[in-house]
Ligand binder design. Structure first.
Ligand code: GAP
Length: 582
C-alpha cells in the first residue's frame, strides 16, 4: 500500500468511512462495510449519479435481483469467458493474478498482460523469475489457467437449479429488455439505469475498496437505433477532455491529448458519437463530485483488452497512489447481449419500428416440394428447406439458374430450382423489427468514493496547528453542517440543538457537537469534509445571528438566524458561494 493508501485507510477506519467486514472473525479479503461517514458519502455520490444520468437524461431506473439463473450467464457468455488468469503456488497454495504479477515485476515493461494468451504470461513469469509474493517459491513451472470470477449458488434446496451472483448489474437490465421496451412504448432511443451490487470472486482483491469481491455499480444501458439515433453532441461539444488513445499508447512518445469533444470526433480519435457524448457529459460530472482533473484521463482499450461484447471502449481513469485506476468503462456493446438472450430464450429482443407510411417491398420466398426432397434427401430434407429459406433471403440471385446449391453439414446438394417453389412476392409492410445497439457507461461507485477521498485529502496548518481536511464539494460531503454552541451554558446549548433540528427538518445533513474547544470541533469536521460550521454564541441570543465558517478558507461571517437555512441550502446546492456572503 502506498503512503496515500495508508493515510486513507487509517482515516477511513478512525472516522467511519469504511472498514474491513467481519473484523471479529479476522476479516475477509475483498469485503468492506461503509461506516456512517462512508455510507453518507456513497449515498451522495449515488444521488449525484442518479440526478445526472437518470433524471436529467430522462431515463428509467430499475432494481433487479442480484441472483440470476445459470441460463442468463450461459447466454451472456459469462460462464465461458468471464475469467482471470490464475497461477497457484505449489509450495504455499496461495493464488495470484498471473497478469498482475507480470505487470508489477520491476524488470517487466508489459503494461497490459491481460491482453496476452495464458501461455505467454506463463512464459513471462518464467523469463522474469517471478516468485510467489506470499512465500517466495518460484512460480516458473506453474501453469497459468482461467479462473471464472462468478460466485455460484443453488436456487432453492438441492443442486438442480444453479444460480450465480451477478458479476455486473447490466444483465438484470438486458434479460428483461422486452418489458422495458414496452414501457418505452417501443420508441428508441431509451435508457435503463440501475444502481446495485455486483459480485466478482477476485483472485487477489487489493488496494482497500478499489478491488473487492462485492461492490456497487451504477450502470446505464442506452438502447439506440444504430441507423437513426444520434446523441445531442452539441450539448457537450466544447467540453475539453483528456484522451489517451490506443494509438498514443502504442507510440514511443505518445501521451494524453487534451481536445474538445468536437475535435475528438472530427479527428476520428473517438469512433462513436455516443461515446463522445458520454465522455463530455461525464467529465463535467466527475468535476462536480470532486475528482481532481489533474489526476484524471480517458484511456482507450487496446484491441486485445476489449471485453467479449465490446467494439469500442474507453475507461475513465483516476490516478491513485501513483497508479491509474479504472473508475468507469464506456463501451459500445452493439446488439451482442440482446441477440444472445433472443437466441437462448427464443423470445423477441427487438422493438417494432413503425414506418411513417407503409412500404411495398419485394420479398423472395420458397415453398419447397417435400414430395421430391423427402425421398431424394431423406433425413437431410428438413435442413435443406431451412437453408433454402435462408438463401432466398440473403442471395435471391442464387435461384437464377436451373439448379441451386445448398451446403448442409459440410455437404453440397444441387436442387432443381423448379422444386424449390422460389418466387418473389410484393408485400406491404408497416414497419420492421430492429434490435437496438447498446451504449454503456458503467461506473464503480466504491472506486468513485475512494477517488473523491484521495483527491480531496489535504494537510495544512491553521493557527500554528496541523490539520487534515477533505476538500470535497458540499454536494457530496457526508455532513453539510456542523452546529456548535460556543459553550454548553446560558441557553447556548439549547438554542444550538434547536437550530440543528430545524436544519435537519429542512433536509440538511447536520452534526451537533458541544464537546471540547471550538477549534478542536472545527478540526473534527474538517477531517470528515464538512464544508460549513455554524456556531451559536451570545450574539445569537441578543442579535439573532450565527457565525458560518467555511472549511477550506476557515473564513467566518455572520448570518441572520432567519436566513441561515436558506443560505446553507444554497451553498450546498452550488447556488451561492461562501465568498458572496456579506
Ligand atoms: N457492465 C460492464 C462492466 O461491468 P467493468 O469494466 O467490468 O464493466 C465496470 O466494470 C466498473 O465496475 C469498473 O469501471 C470499476 O469501477 C467497477 N469494478 C469492476 N470490478 C471491480 C472490483 N473488483 N472492485 C471494485 N470495483 C470494480
Amino acid at each position: 500500500m502506498t503512503d496515500e493508501g495508508d493515510r486513507l485507510a487509517e482515516l477511513a477506519k478512525r472516522r467511519g468511512f469504511f472498514i474491513q467486514s467481519s473484523g471479529a472473525y479476522g476479516g475477509v479479503a475483498g469485503f468492506y462495510t461503509y461506516g456512517p461517514q462512508g455510507a453518507a458519502l456513497k449515498d451522495n455520490v449515488e444521488a449525484a449519479w442518479r440526478d445526472r444520468y437518470v433524471t436529467r437524461e430522462g431515463h428509467m431506473e430499475i432494481d433487479a435481483p442480484t441472483v440470476m439463473p445459470e441460463a442468463v450467464f450461459e447466454a451472456s457468455s459469462h460462464l465461458e469467458t468471464f475469467t482471470d488468469m490464475l497461477v497457484e503456488c505449489a509450495e504455499c497454495g496461495d493464488s495470484h493474478r498471473a497478469d498482475h504479477l507480470v505487470e508489477d515485476d520491476p524488470d517487466s515493461e508489459v503494461e497490459d498482460a491481460e491482453a496476452l494468451p495464458n501461455e505467454e504470461v506463463g512464459e513471462l513469469i518464467a523469463e522474469y523469475d517471478i516468485d510467489c509474493p506470499t512465500c517466495g517459491a518460484a512460480l516458473a513451472e506453474e501453469p497459468v489457467t482461467d479462473f471464472n470470477l462468478m460466485f455460484e449458488t443453488n436456487i432453492g434446496p438441492g443442486s438442480s437449479s444453479p444460480g450465480y451472483l451477478r458479476p455486473e448489474t447490466a444483465q438484470g437490465i438486458f434479460v428483461d429488455f422486452p418489458q422495458w421496451a414496452e414501457y418505452a412504448r417501443n420508441q428508441l432511443p431509451f435508457g435503463v439505469a440501475q444502481i446495485g451490487k455486483a459480485y466478482r470472486n477476485e483472485i487477489s482483491p487489493r488496494k482497500s475498496i478499489i478491488r473487492v469481491r462485492e461492490f456497487t455499480q451504477a450502470e446505464l444501458e442506452h438502447f439506440i437505433d444504430p441507423d437513426e439515433d444520434e446523441p445531442p453532441l452539441e450539448r457537450v461539444e466544447d467540453v475539453v477532455i483528456p484522451l489517451y488513445s490506443a494509438t498514443e499508447q502504442q507510440a514511443d512518445d505518445g501521451g494524453v491529448r487534451e481536445m474538445t469533444v468536437r475535435e475528438a470526433v472530427d479527428e476520428g480519435v473517438l469512433g462513436s458519437d455516443w461515446i463522445a457524448y458520454y465522455l463530455g457529459l461525464s467529465k463535467r460530472w466527475y468535476e462536480r463530485i470532486g475528482v481532481d482533473m489533474d489526476r484524471f484521463r480517458y484511456r482507450q482499450h487496446l484491441s486485445g483488452e476489449l471485453s467479449h461484447y465490446a467494439s469500442e471502449c474507453w475507461d475513465a481513469e483516476g490516478e491513485l497512489g501513483g497508479d491509474w485506476v479504472e473508475l468507469t468503462g464506456f463501451a459500445t456493446r452493439g446488439s451482442y447481449d440482446l441477440d444472445k438472450h433472443a437466441e437462448h430464450s427464443g423470445e423477441e429482443f427487438s422493438v417494432f419500428k413503425q414506418y411513417d407510411e407503409p412500404v411495398t417491398v419485394e420479398r423472395p420466398t420458397v415453398d419447397p416440394e417435400m414430395s421430391y426432397l423427402g425421398p431424394e434427401f431423406g433425413g437431410a430434407a428438413g435442413d435443406i428447406v431451412d437453408e433454402l429459406e435462408s438463401l432466398a433471403g440473403r442471395d435471391p440471385d442464387a435461384f437464377e439458374g436451373d439448379t441451386v446449391t445448398v451446403d448442409v453439414d459440410g455437404e453440397s446438394h444441387d436442387i432443381p430450382v423448379e422444386k424449390t417453389g422460389f418466387a418473389v412476392e410484393e408485400v406491404t409492410e408497416s414497419g420492421e423489427h430492429v434490435t437496438p445497439h447498446i451504449i454503456e457507461p458503467s461506473f464503480g461507485v466504491g472506486r468513485l468514493v475512494y477517488t473523491v477521498l484521495a483527491h480531496s485529502y489535504r494537510e495544512d496548518e491553521v493557527d500554528g496547528e496541523a490539520r487534515t481536511r477533505l476538500a470535497m464539494p458540499p454536494e457530496v460531503a457526508p455532513t453539510t453542517v456542523g452546529v456548535f454552541p460556543l459553550m454548553d451554558k446560558d441557553g447556548l446549548g439549547e438554542r444550538a440543538r434547536e437550530l440543528a433540528s430545524e436544519l435537519r427538518e429542512a433536509g440538511l445533513e447536520v452534526t451537533y457537537d458541544d464537546s471540547g474547544a471550538i477549534g478542536r470541533r472545527y478540526r473534527r469536521q474538517d477531517e470528515v469534509g464538512t464544508p460549513f460550521c455554524v456556531t451559536v454564541d451570545y450574539e445569537t441570543l441578543e442579535e439573532k445571528t450565527v457565525t458560518v465558517r467555511e472549511r477550506d478558507s476557515t473564513e467566518q461571517t455572520r448570518v441572520p438566524v432567519s436566513e441561515v437555512t436558506e443560505t446553507l441550502q444554497a451553498l450546498r446546492d452550488g447556488e451561492k458561494q461562501f465568498a458572496d456572503l456579506e
